[in-house]
Design a protein around this ligand. Structure first.
Ligand SMILES: CC(C)(COP(=O)(O)OP(=O)(O)OC[C@H]1O[C@@H](n2cnc3c(N)ncnc32)[C@H](O)[C@@H]1OP(=O)(O)O)[C@@H](O)C(=O)NCCC(=O)NCCS
Length: 109
């Protein structure tokens, strides 16, 4: 079993996502759609950035890029990690965010 964790400042990501190049390089179209549909979009973008870093830390594989790792939410709201469009059943993630910070934990079984 492998674990990864990351914490990010929401205001840092909120600034970065205003840059279209950053947005397109880091997030999947599905993630962008999800985040912009929310009232506090910056928090949702931030927690997804933290998730990408946490999943990357768990895998520790330099060939995986930010955009290869995505988050999709089940109808219940529970998030699932997606790698290159394929849902991997062996990755568990848990996310939390406030107006200041977003944190993600990933466990690869
Ligand atoms: C869903 C819930 C857990 C979210 O918690 P919150 O404190 O409001 O918000 P957080 O910032 O900590 O977490 C938000 C993230 O939780 C995740 N989440 C949402 N629904 C979830 C679910 N059913 N299961 C797991 N994770 C969930 C999402 O990833 C969400 O972020 P996203 O929308 O950007 O993907 C909360 O609203 C809830 O329903 N709690 C019920 C708790 C309860 O019944 N407690 C009694 C026993 S202790």
């Amino acid at each position: 079993m492998k674990v990864g964790i990351d914490i990010v400042e929401v205001k840092r990501i909120d600034k970065l996502v205003k840059n279209k190049r950053f947005l397109e390089r880091v997030y999947t179209p599905q993630e962008v759609k999800y985040c912009i549909s929310k009232k506090n979009a910056g928090q949702h973008f931030a927690v997804r950035f933290a998730t990408k870093e946490a999943v990357w830390k768990a895998f520790n594989d330099k060939s995986i890029t930010h955009k290869d790792i995505g988050v999709m939410n089940l109808p219940s709201g529970k998030p699932q990690a997606v790698i290159k469009g394929k849902r991997k059943k062996n990755i568990d993630i848990s996310l939390s965010h406030t107006s200041d910070y977003a944190v993600a934990v990933a466990v690869v079984k």
